[in-house]
Design a protein around this ligand. Structure first.
Ligand code: FAD
Length: 292
């Protein structure tokens, strides 16, 4: 593995200028926990690495709309943030199931997103919270819903001249609850066979006005099971209804068989995990109603 050049620009403007000039041959490096392995395996051979460490993209800030997370925020930083734990608890829940502390210290949110793995653990919770992302270039910024970023395994709409700079999480109307569940071959240090994040927000009537069921590792992209979500809206959250939504979610996914799990196992586990996550989300909601 060899790289001709390694740069650590001191400002985002400098980094974007380099990206503009050098395009796809220049690769951004954040934590390096995906990239270095891909270079070692000769899947990627960039001629230049642009290190993000000096660009001040590691902030977590409150905004009028919600939270702004820099693309260079590590998983360990997510786990230390009281704001994220309070308002977006499914995200730290996913971080706790992610590798071990040394990797969590290095791996970043931006890297997990741009790597565009269908099995990425942080993407489903971010989609469930309706995250938007900011892609920056010398021409300015474009903001898009995270769910629209992915086009296939390892592929996204990011342009060679762009750097992902920010993830924006809008504050949820309350009462709202979300749950993340991951199934791997082991309890720790395992890539997801299936992961699911569910989020429910109820209105004044106590019935759901918003539902998100977001799945990883069961389709070429992280995906929302939108037909299953639709089943839940405006209805009493009975066990039967949650089971019906879980069956519908299973019909919507298109998993493959690979080294981690067979297609049929992933189909079955989609139904099981969606039902389990919805039951837990409903319990969480009734807990928050009692607390309130
Ligand atoms: C032992 C081990 C265990 C792991 N366990 C898990 C797990 O449980 N769950 C999971 O989802 N993943 C896991 N991973 C994968 C990896 O750690 C994550 O995907 C991580 O979030 C990647 O972040 P990074 O900062 O290291 O990205 P990098 O490796 O630095 O970059 C990844 C890709 O994104 C690009 N990139 C990074 N940041 C930006 C940016 N801001 N703008 C534009 N492009 C950018 C890079 O050019 C590269 O193509 C594991 C990896 C290892 C080695």
């Amino acid at each position: 593995m060899s790289v001709a050049e390694f740069m650590t620009p001191a400002s985002l403007d400098d980094a974007l200028s380099i990206k503009k000039d050098r395009g796809a041959a220049a690769r951004v490096i954040a934590g390096g926990t995906d990239l270095i392995l891909r270079m070692r395996d000769k899947v990627l051979s960039p001629s230049l690495l642009i290190d993000l460490r000096r660009l001040s993209l590691d902030g977590i800030a409150r905004t009028d709309e919600g939270l702004s997370l820099g693309a260079y925020v590590s998983l360990s930083q997510v786990l230390e943030s009281a704001d994220i734990e309070k308002y977006f608890p499914a995200l730290p829940a996913a971080c706790r199931e992610f590798a071990g502390p040394p990797i969590r210290n290095r791996a970043t949110l931006g890297g997990n997103i741009v790597n565009a793995s269908p099995a990425a653990d942080l993407v489903p919770p971010l989609i469930a919270y309706d995250a938007n992302i900011v892609l920056s270039s010398t021409g300015g910024e474009r903001v898009l819903p995270l769910v629209e970023f992915f086009v296939g395994p390892g592929q996204s709409v990011i342009e060679p001249s762009e750097i992902l700079t920010e993830i924006r999480l809008p504050l949820m109307s309350t009462p709202s609850a979300a749950i993340f569940i991951k199934l791997g071959q082991r309890r720790s240090m395992a890539i997801s066979q299936v992961n699911v994040t569910t989020r429910l927000t109820v209105g004044e009537s106590g019935l759901p006005v918003e539902a998100r069921i977001v799945l990883g590792s069961v389709a070429p992209l992280p995906m929302r099971a939108m037909s299953a979500e639709g089943i839940l809206l405006g209805k009493e959250l009975s066990d039967e209804l949650l089971s019906e939504a879980a069956i519908k979610a299973r019909e919507e996914v298109t998993p493959i068989s690979d080294v981690r799990a067979s297609e049929s196992y992933r189909l079955q586990m989609t139904e099981v995990l969606v039902r389990r996550a919805l039951l837990a989300t409903r319990d969480e909601l009734s807990g928050s109603a009692t607390d309130g």
